[in-house]
Design a protein around this ligand. Structure first.
Ligand SMILES: O=C(O)C(=O)C[C@]1(C(=O)O)C=C[C@@H](O)C=C1
Length: 355
């Protein structure tokens, strides 16, 4: 071994010893905080967002912002686990993008609860069988996830976080299959996100929609005439070969997920609030309804509608605004909005996603 290599490794050993005692000192403090929390929630998304934002401001590299957040999310996840183990429900099986999103947000999952449907994910937390739910809400190519929006209208859960996950799709197949391809399995959202690529490369082949991408990979693993569209993780889990990578039509393809819980979240200083609104179906109603936002300087970051299911051509509106419902100017705007709306439900205030 060269002298320089040995010197570098000796220095790394010395730094690792310091890191070890520092992370243990941090963990001991987290355990103490856990005792102070008593029966209150252990997971504090607002505090975790503040920790990450502060570190990103101070990061001088060479580690990237993604690396720094991944490292510290994992540190906080391990500290949290000393306070109490948290269970997280998401759309399974193993290998879905929902699982990846949940892993990203919680820095690893100590008690994962994969579910067979989005309905089941909501139910798990509503019934107290899981602490948190992670559900997809919108994709940059395919738009809103209707089922999640519909369930948000009736649930008693609060949105307590958002996760943005870049989505890169692969074409997967059994490792030794060589014959013709007769079927393409994937979730409807993923088939939509790869629509142009499929038309160009596998036009005319039947597309079969499945409950999840991981389920598609599982089916392709048993069918020599099939391929699946799913992520790399599914390829590993189901031992499939990757025929093509990054086949999504838009390379910036991103899915936004929500974290849901039975508890509310305190302000983090950089928050978003999601609202469900309805108003009478008369000319100018929506314009009038939203006027208090502009009057109190509240930024609207998203506006979407969904059939209300109460009458034909009746809609409810999903609106995201900047700020926390406890921020004074937001509270004032919401108070006025409530006077004008036939329905106002605050779905939750939560920290803006950190990377
Ligand atoms: O500050 C707290 O409330 C903690 O419990 C500590 C800590 C952390 O490791 O920094 C862990 C869990 C919470 O979600 C937030 C932060």
């Amino acid at each position: 071994m060269s002298d320089i290599l040995k010197q570098c490794r000796d220095q790394i050993d010395a730094i690792d010893e310091q890191l070890l005692s520092l992370v243990n000192a941090r963990a001991a403090l987290a355990r103490e905080i856990g005792e102070l929390k008593g029966e209150g929630p252990i997971y504090r998304p607002e505090r975790e967002a503040q920790v990450l934002r502060r570190l990103l401001e101070q990061n001088k590299g060479p580690l990237s912002e993604e690396a720094v957040t991944a490292i510290f999310r994992s540190v906080m996840s391990n500290c949290r686990a000393l306070e109490r183990e948290l269970s997280v429900a998401y759309l399974g099986p193993q290998g879905t993008f929902s699982e990846e999103a949940a892993n990203k947000q919680f820095g690893g999952l100590s008690a994962p609860k994969p579910c067979i449907s989005i309905d089941e994910v909501f139910r798990m937390v509503e019934s107290g069988n899981a602490d948190y739910a992670v559900v997809p809400v919108e994709n940059s190519t395919e738009g809103a996830v209707g089922r999640t929006l519909d369930l948000l209208t009736t649930t008693s859960l609060h949105i307590c976080g958002e996760i943005t996950l870049p989505i890169h799709h692969c074409l997967l197949r059994q490792k030794d299959a060589t014959g013709e391809i007769r079927r393409i399995y994937s979730h409807a959202q993923s088939l939509g996100q790869c629509h142009e690529w499929l038309n160009l490369n596998l036009g005319g082949i039947e597309r079969v929609s499945t409950g999840s991408n991981a389920q598609a990979a599982e089916l392709a693993a048993r069918d020599p005439f099939a391929v699946a569209i799913a992520g790399k993780r599914a390829a590993e889990i189901f031992d499939l070969s990757i025929l093509a990578e990054n086949i999504e039509d838009d390379p910036r393809n991103v899915t936004r997920f929500l974290v849901l819980a039975q508890h509310d979240v305190a302000p983090s200083g950089q928050d978003k609030t999601s609202l469900l609104l309805a108003t009478k179906n008369v000319p100018g109603a929506v314009f009038n309804l939203l006027a208090p936002l502009a009057e109190h300087g509240v930024d609207m970051t998203e506006f979407g509608s969904r059939p209300s299911k109460l009458g034909i051509w009746e809609y409810v509106f999903f609106v995201d605004i900047k700020g926390h419902h406890q921020d004074p100017h937001v509270a004032k705007a919401l108070h006025e909005l409530e006077q004008r709306a036939s329905l106002l439900k605050i779905l939750g205030s939560y920290p803006v996603a950190v990377i």
